[in-house]
Design a protein around this ligand. Structure first.
Ligand code: AP5
Ligand code: MG
Length: 204
């Protein structure tokens, strides 16, 4: 099953991807995580991507497409994959069409006020786990014991920029995939477990 998780920043894509990866046993490919890992390792791609990410702008399409194309060519993607945060523009979606077929695009529907509240309280871990400070006040990751951190782009003015970029450049993908008959909306304002159940009922 080749699945795209589409939705605004903070819609809950990463939280669901972690659960879906376990449940379906397919790899989770997050372009945001790939860039953050490059930043942590101080690679050339990381330094380049950081200059866009810190402003809440998109990293140029050619760089992102190259990373995804290389990852999709790996053996573990043959049985299916979960794309999280890619594609994010029409040119990225067109490039993906040349690489592989897409079975489902899960569209996370949620209002801007909710995502602002979610991102403002998000605490992230190097292991990839994500928490919200209201439900997990401890600064320590339950999974690996590392100290949680606030992502550089989870500051209010950057969050607003990311939302504006989403509306202008990424939201048109809803029509793009609806026309191809693969778009399914989920109510992403519900709890993590409820959203997970809804996605499972779609994917079977
Ligand atoms: P990326 O890392 O993809 O970030 P994003 O799309 O902005 O999305 P987030 O990770 O912020 O949100 P999420 O939907 O995963 O929510 P989460 O589950 O964490 O991209 C970062 C940057 O990298 C981009 O701005 C860009 O610069 C660059 N980039 C990446 N991909 C690119 C591409 N394809 N092209 C160009 N540039 C690219 O949840 C958020 C919070 O809410 C958490 O605290 C969580 O605990 C909580 N939460 C989640 N679900 C629920 C729920 N149902 N109820 C209550 N709380 C919830
Ligand atoms: Mg994410």
């Amino acid at each position: 099953m080749n699945i795209i998780l589409l939705g605004a920043p903070g819609a809950g894509k990463g939280s669901q991807a972690a659960k879906l990866k376990e449940y379906y046993g397919i790899p989770h490919i997050s372009t945001g995580d790939a860039f953050r890992s490059n930043i942590a390792r101080g690679t050339e791609i990381g330094i380049y991507a950081k200059s866009f990410m810190d402003k809440g702008q998109l990293v140029p399409d050619d760089v992102v497409v190259r990373i995804v194309a290389a990852r999709l060519a790996e053996e573990d993607c043959k049985k299916g994959f979960l794309l999280d945060g890619f594609p994010r523009s029409i040119p990225q979606a067109e490039a993906l069409e040349k690489l592989t077929k897409v079975d489902y695009v899960i569209n996370f529907v949620v209002d801007p006020a909710t995502v602002i509240a979610r991102l403002g309280g998000r605490r992230s871990c190097v292991c990839g786990e994500t928490y919200h400070v209201s439900t997990h006040p401890s600064p320590i990751c339950d999974k690996c014991g590392a100290t949680l951190f606030v992502r550089d782009d989870d500051k209010e003015e950057i969050i607003l920029n990311r939302l504006a970029v989403y509306e202008k450049t990424t939201a048109p993908l809803q029509d793009f995939y609806a026309k191809r008959g693969v778009l399914v909306n989920v109510d992403a304002a519900k709890s993590v477990d409820e959203v997970f159940e809804e996605i499972k009922s779609i994917l079977g």
